[in-house]
Design a protein around this ligand. Structure first.
Ligand code: PAF
Length: 285
């Protein structure tokens, strides 16, 4: 497995293998869990060459957020990537990504006004900018993202379409702990009590889904159901509980088609998100 620290190194690596077949990219911030491994395994199955980027992107963290303390373990990550059959890892330093004089940013409008975009101003501008840069550096045929960060995947699909980028965005289902908690690098912040409490996120989503499947079609009542379940958990501080129409997060007056149930809450110092897509049965059944 090749380890590349500079843009030039990873470009040279990809240039040498591109003719052999599709290049898959898994962009990450490291501290791998099974969710990351699922992305790598999927890319390994579908692409001739797999490149993983590991970069904790300062641009997507707010001033009060956890950039400094974000968990990092590059040595373990490299072992796991190698075991997953990854061909190259791109792990640049900040100066390589944002050298002095850096002044270009990517904004995806509309989609980023809601959910995490509203709670974390500037977050998606940071994500869209770094992902655009990594796409331009690696020039993958396919890029793999987890569905836990559903809004992020939509933002990236939007920017790929709008900027005519020649690649396919592949999304991979959320990987969960046996009790339903979505895997996240930030789960490491949870103490045992908070870890137990955090299972309320997926529980709230399943309860809301069951209400929809039982016939509820009022988005406001579903929002209240999500919020009430989370707020009943003493250690949870609700950030948002929302319902939107897919594919592009439409506001709904009545539930129909594919809807996204999305929640975020704080448990101690961990801010966690989760979501579920529900196919609303049509009136005809
Ligand atoms: O999902 C992540 O880990 C990050 O937001 C990403 C896509 C690697 C951009 O920094």
């Amino acid at each position: 497995m090749r380890i590349c620290h500079t843009v030039q190194e990873v470009r040279d690596f990809v240039r040498a293998v591109r003719a052999e077949g599709p290049v898959g990219l898994v962009p990450t911030m490291g501290y791998f869990h099974d969710g990351h491994m699922a992305l790598m395994h999927r890319a390994r199955r579908e692409c001739r060459t797999v490149v993983v980027s590991i970069y904790v992107n300062p641009l997507q963290f707010g001033p009060q957020e956890d950039f400094r303390t974000y968990p990092r373990d590059p040595e373990r990550d490299l072992c796991l990537a190698e075991a997953a059959g990854v061909d190259a890892v791109f792990m640049p330093a900040d100066a390589e990504m944002y050298p002095p004089g850096y002044s270009t940013y990517v904004e995806v409008e509309g989609l980023t006004d809601k959910l995490c975009g509203r709670s974390r101003p500037g977050h998606f501008r940071g994500v869209a900018t770094v992902v655009t840069k990594i796409f331009n550096i690696v020039r993958p045929d396919r890029a793999y993202f987890g569905e836990k960060d559903f809004q992020q995947a939509l933002v990236i699909k939007r920017l790929v379409a709008d900027l005519n980028m020649d690649l396919e965005v592949v999304t991979v289902p959320t990987v969960r702990e046996p009790d339903g908690l979505a895997m996240s690098s930030r789960n490491v912040y949870l103490n045992p009590e908070e870890r137990l409490a955090a299972t309320v996120l997926y529980r709230s989503l399943r309860r809301a889904r069951d209400a929809i499947l039982a016939g509820e079609r009022d988005p406001e009542r579903i929002r209240k159901c999500l919020a009430a379940t989370i707020s009943a958990e003493r250690l949870a501080e609700l950030d948002y509980a929302e319902v939107y129409g897919l594919p592009w997060l439409a506001d709904l007056s009545r539930l129909e088609g594919d809807v996204l149930l999305a929640v975020a809450a704080r448990f101690g110092r961990a801010r966690l998100i989760d979501n579920l897509v529900v196919k609303v049965p049509s009136a005809e059944g």
